[in-house]
Ligand binder design. Structure first.
Ligand code: CA
Ligand code: CA
Ligand code: CA
Ligand code: CA
Length: 248
């Protein structure tokens, strides 16, 4: 009796599951990724559960952040299937076609459009808004184009006695190497609120000694936001006067 009961439950499960698959989420190769998503988003084969033939199903690869279109163990963030300068991960986040280098057909590659701040989904020259968010609790800075986070960096914000001012700010000036009243250089300076404070690379003294190198991830400044060496240059080149900065 008990066996029949368990069998019925299992049978019911399969019937229900089949109904779901057959209606809204058809999954021809039963790999857990609906045909619709395989065709429109991931560009995988809806009739082959392991599109790239590396022994891992499309579902397992996608759920672990790996490319189902590359037989090598390459992450979506490092794979650029259509070689347009934009990773598969960012293509999925921006909603562009990861198998078409120029989704909107305006003659500019998706990667070129994102690099220059344009909307890759519109053939019109529309700019996407840039913004920076600084999380003082977790000591992280994120920068966004439209709704998509392009990167996240470790920071040092102000110590409790000199906290970084919370709230909405705007980048008001950029200086490749600014001089601090405390007597040190602050490379890649992005001034906030008319330069009252700013975001910059780990500062260094005139004798070349770098300040706070092992403090990244912990508050250490007099209110400024310090970034690591490569990160500061990258953000400096990306951000513009007028880019909003939200500190919380
Ligand atoms: Ca499938
Ligand atoms: Ca695979
Ligand atoms: Ca791409
Ligand atoms: Ca384009």
């Amino acid at each position: 009796m008990k066996k029949i009961f368990i069998f019925s439950i299992i049978l019911l499960f399969f019937i229900l599951n089949y109904n779901v698959s057959a209606t809204s989420l058809l999954d021809s190769d039963h790999d857990g990724v609906p045909d619709k998503d395989e065709i429109t988003l991931y560009k995988t084969d809806p009739h082959n559960p392991d599109t790239d033939g590396d022994g891992y199903s499309d579902f397992v690869e996608l759920n672990n952040g790996y490319s189902p279109l590359n037989p090598l163990p390459v992450k979506l963030k490092d794979n650029d299937y259509d070689k347009d300068g934009l990773s598969d991960k960012l293509e999925l986040e921006f909603g562009t076609d990861l198998s078409n280098p120029d989704t909107d057909g305006d003659g500019y590659k998706d990667g070129t459009e994102i690099k220059n701040g344009y909307d890759p989904l519109s053939p019109k020259p529309i700019k996407l808004p840039k913004r920076i968010e600084i999380d003082t609790k977790n000591q992280r800075l994120s920068y966004f184009l439209g709704k998509v986070r392009l990167g996240i960096f470790l920071i040092s914000s102000g110590v409790p006695s000199h906290p970084s001012p919370k709230g909405h700010h705007t980048i008001t000036n950029k200086i490749i190497k600014a001089w601090s009243p405390y007597g040190l250089w602050m490379p890649y300076w992005l001034g906030l609120d008319s330069g009252r404070f700013g975001i910059h690379e780990l500062p260094y003294w005139p004798n070349g000694v770098r300040e706070g190198e092992n403090h990244l991830g912990h508050p250490a400044s007099h209110g400024c936001i310090r970034l690591g060496l490569k990160d500061a240059k990258k953000l400096y080149n990306w951000a513009q006067v007028g880019t909003p900065v939200f500190i919380y």
